[in-house]
Write a protein that binds this ligand. Structure first.
Ligand code: SF4
Length: 437
């Protein structure tokens, strides 16, 4: 029944979920390569004898995607197209006993902090000397940069602490070493990620060390952009903004998930902040760093969310005019604090509310983009797509934010270059422009 020749000692790594999982897969791939495995990420050839799936267990949709991916590869294994199938990551951390029982085709399941054991199972060693080494799966010019693992926050809807454990900051020197190695291989943009970026250092020195870390990373030669994602609003260290103003290579961009607008919902979500304090923080950030792009994420349909709560959130989104915004529909996750509440908002209402928010945001994004026409922005060229070179300004993170499109018919750009582009036309999420001569 075997249909193809599988390459001995070749590993195909499949990554699901968020940028933190991408980072973990890249670290795992560097370890495998150093142990003489041939490694590919989401290989189209599918000729690897070993497949490792790095799963996501965040919310329903993500869990479903992870389970379907495992089942697909389990079928491939039964058909002889894979010899060994391993599963790691958040879903595996959270549901190992159930998965082991339900999907016996998988050779072994590993948790989120189990890389040494996974390597041992492949008769490989965990090489400590590889600190900061990664095999990038993103284009070489940008890299996700995880500065800590886990989370100590009590957000009532969130299962991440169950899967990622307590907050653990990665030592500064290790991060600076990692940044130097990336810069040496041509990386220009570091996208700083964590469960809660602003918590950095509190577990080590009881002090918020992110501002100092930013200065150290900003000193690394070759790093042109440092982007901040997943900042937490409560206890937000304002000194970060001073460093942002002080250092040209720290993007005037801040991703800060706020989740909701009403104090009633924020309290039920155990976010440790009120509506008034949230608005004051946003105002302070915009005053301290004029022109900063603010990205946020919201949840619709949290237990107890009334029509009035939602109306208040809608008018807040209209008034606050975030530069970038994403919405999740509440997912009732067992073993979270909110699981004890009644999931009383129907799924279609959760979806309808999420769509309404995105409708409002799409109009705001269109209006804000019109103000960019005629202006020149430095972009990082990410890729070619159809008739266009596609890039981003410092106000846009990959995959989730706006893009700048430059016609291939009229111009030539090199992927990975930073180029000044004059914006000629703007749509809801795309800008069109030409290089400044
Ligand atoms: S900060 Fe809150 S939402 Fe974010 S990972 Fe931690 S517990 Fe979850």
């Amino acid at each position: 029944m075997k249909t193809k020749t599988l390459r001995k000692n070749k590993v195909n790594v499949i990554t699901l979920g968020c940028a933190k999982n991408i980072f973990d897969s890249e670290v795992m791939m560097a370890q495998l390569k150093a142990n003489q495995f041939e490694v590919e990420h989401e290989s189209e050839k599918e000729d690897a004898e070993i497949v490792i799936i790095n799963t996501c267990g965040f919310i329903d949709n993500a869990k479903e995607e992870s389970i379907n991916t495992i089942l697909n590869w389990a079928r491939e294994k039964e058909m002889g197209n894979v010899h060994k199938l391993y599963v790691t990551g958040c879903l595996s951390e959270r549901y190992k006993p159930e998965l082991e029982k339900d999907i016996p085709e998988v050779d072994a399941f590993f948790g989120t902090r189990d890389l040494p054991r996974l390597l041992k199972t492949l008769k490989a060693d965990y090489k400590h000397e590889l600190v900061g080494e990664r095999l990038l799966t993103t284009p070489a010019h940008y890299a996700y940069f995880k500065i800590s693992e886990g989370c100590d926050r009590p957000c009532s809807f969130c299962a991440i602490p169950l899967m990622r454990g307590k907050h653990t900051s990665t030592p500064v020197n290790e991060l600076v070493e990692g940044a130097k190695k990336l810069a040496a291989q041509g990386t220009k943009e570091l996208i700083l990620i964590a469960q809660d970026l602003t918590y950095y250092g509190l577990d080590v020195s009881k002090k918020r060390e992110l501002p100092d870390l930013l200065r150290r990373l900003s000193d690394v030669d070759g790093i042109e952009w440092i982007r901040l994602q997943y900042a937490f609003p409560s206890g937000f260290p304002m000194e970060i903004l001073d460093v942002m103003n002080e250092r040209k290579n720290i993007c005037k961009y801040l991703d800060m998930p706020l989740q909701h607008a009403t104090t009633k919902m924020l309290t039920a979500m155990r976010r440790g902040i009120t509506r008034e304090k949230t608005d004051a923080l946003i105002q302070q950030i915009r005053e301290k760093v004029p022109g900063i792009a603010l990205r946020t994420t919201l949840i619709t349909g949290f237990p107890g969310e009334t029509k009035e709560d939602f109306e208040e959130m809608k008018s807040w989104v209209e008034a606050t005019r975030f530069d970038r915004l994403g919405v999740f529909q509440y997912s009732h996750e067992e073993n979270t604090h909110a699981y004890g509440l009644k999931d009383d908002v129907p799924a279609r209402t959760k979806k309808k509310r999420a769509d309404e928010i995105m409708e409002i945001q799409s109009q705001i994004s269109f209006e804000l983009n019109q103000q960019k026409v005629g202006k020149t922005y430095r972009i990082l060229v990410d890729r070619v797509e159809g008739d266009y070179f596609v890039g981003r300004t410092e106000f846009d993170s990959p995959e989730v934010d706006n893009e700048v499109l430059v016609s291939k018919k009229k111009h030539f750009l090199r992927i990975g270059d930073m180029v000044d582009i004059k914006i000629e036309q703007a749509e809801h999420y795309d800008l069109f422009g030409s290089p400044v001569e």
